[in-house]
Structures are given as structure tokens and as C-alpha cells.
Design a protein around this ligand. Sequence first.
Ligand code: SF4
Ligand code: SF4
Ligand code: SF4
Length: 197
Amino acid sequence: MEVKNTNTNDKKRSPIERRKFLQMVGAALAGGSILAMTGALARTTRNEGKFYWQIDYNKCTFCGLCETHCVLPVSAVKCIHAKRICGYCDLCGGYLVSNARTRDTAAENTLCPTGAIVRTYIEDPYFEYDIIEEKCNGCGICAKGCNAFGNGSMYLQIKRELCKDCNECAIAVVCPADAIVRQPLSMPYNLKDAHMS
Ligand code: SF4
Ligand code: SF4
Ligand code: SF4
């Protein structure tokens, strides 16, 4: 499996990196502390080589292996709900089974096997959907339904605060869509609505 590596260690410093470098030198010299500058440089160098695992949500097919193949007892992969692109639909493809008798919160009408999605009435005909992260096992059933029938506002992502940063992510090894990627620590979460203000 090809693992994305966007490490820039061995590349020429970008203008932004050069500016940060000069700022560090300036700050250290202004404070009269060469030791401080050395420490800051060492920290920067250490972090430059570090990565964390993320899901490329454009590739994920919600196959279910994220739930079963994480090394943790309950997967570090969770459903994220990008509410800014949600349609707040009454007939939510990520919440209701396709043949739901009624559009309500009864277990037989809902998709999530762990009851991790909370549906709240806003105003006719809109409903809000929230994920209880502690209950989510990363199965991706809701995300699959949302992507098939809705805006795709529900999707899967590896939560940084839960992930053990395994040297080789066990999910990446089996992912049929090659959707697990390594990102430098300096890059933020892959969030669908991160670009929206
Ligand atoms: S294993 Fe890959 S395709 Fe399957 S749910 Fe996880 S990221 Fe998506
Ligand atoms: S359906 Fe699966 S991925 Fe979605 S909230 Fe429930 S447990 Fe999490
Ligand atoms: S890196 Fe390890 S802990 Fe994190 S998602 Fe992959 S298998 Fe789970």
C-alpha cells in the first residue's frame, strides 16, 4: 500500500519556515540566550519528522474495517458531523433505516448500532444530528447512508486524542480504498468543513 509522505525535512525551507527560523534567532538573541535558541531549534527539528494518521474522506468507502482493525478495544476512528454542510433533513440517510416505518428515534428505525446519534427537532421540517463520540465505534454505517442519500456531512476520521500513533496503522494495512494517510504534525485535521468560516 502506498503511504503518503509529505515530509519536507530534506527539502529547501519554504519562505514561511525561513521567516519562523529568523524570528527564533531574533528572539533568542534579543533575550541574550543562545541556549534558548538551541532548544527551540531542537524542538522544531524533532517535530518536523513526526506524523499522525488521518483518513482521506474523499477516498473512504465506509467498508467497516475501521471499526474492527484498530488496535484499540474501541476504534480511534469516529464519525464526524460537518454540520455546516448538513441539510438538517427530516429524512436523514445517515440516521434512519431506508424502510423506516416512522421518522422517529425508535431503535428499529435508526441505523446506528450503538445509539450514538442524537436527533433534535429544530423547526418544521428540520432536525439536527449530533454524534456522542463515546458511543461511536467507527463502523461508518451512518456515513455510508449520509453519503448515499444526503450531503455527505457525516464521515469518518481518526481522532488524534485517541489514536496511539502506531508506527504502522493496522487499519492502513487493510484499507481497501488506500484512504489512511500520514500527515505531518504541522497539518491540521482533515475536516470537511475546515475551510468554511
Ligand atoms: S478501512 Fe478505509 S475504506 Fe474502510 S472505513 Fe476505514 S478508511 Fe474507510
Ligand atoms: S453508525 Fe457507526 S460510525 Fe455512525 S455514529 Fe453510530 S457507531 Fe459511529
Ligand atoms: S494508528 Fe493505531 S490507534 Fe491509531 S487508528 Fe491506526 S491502529 Fe488505531
